[in-house]
Write a protein of this length. Structure first.
Length: 105
């Protein structure tokens, strides 16, 4: 099963006016449907996982404060899912947590 975090469309909605994306909201959901993916809701357990996570730093000491990414990471850890994403900060979580990554920046 392929999951798309409910956090992703939420972030898209908040950022679509500020940034120029190559797709619109309807296309985002069309892509999710095309992938036969299911939206992964935010569960209490995901929030508990998030609460237990320290803010990690990259190799240069920069903190990862992106709340959307952190919640998606918490979901992936709790659900034992492979996170597909190219954020350069994602590997920093692997030092502290059993985070599985498919794509790294």
């Amino acid at each position: 099963m392929i999951y798309v975090s409910a956090v992703s469309p939420w972030e898209f909605i908040l950022k679509e006016r500020k940034y120029q994306f190559n797709i619109d909201y309807a296309q985002l959901f069309q892509t999710i449907k095309h992938l036969q993916a299911e939206l992964l809701p935010i569960k209490t357990e995901h929030l508990q996982q998030l609460r237990s996570m320290a803010i990690v730093k990259d190799g240069k000491g920069k903190e990862h404060n992106d709340p959307f990414d952190r919640l998606i990471i918490a979901q992936a850890i709790h659900e034992d899912l492979v996170l597909v994403g190219g954020d350069h900060m994602f590997p920093a979580y692997q030092r502290e947590f059993p985070l599985q990554l498919l794509w790294e920046a």
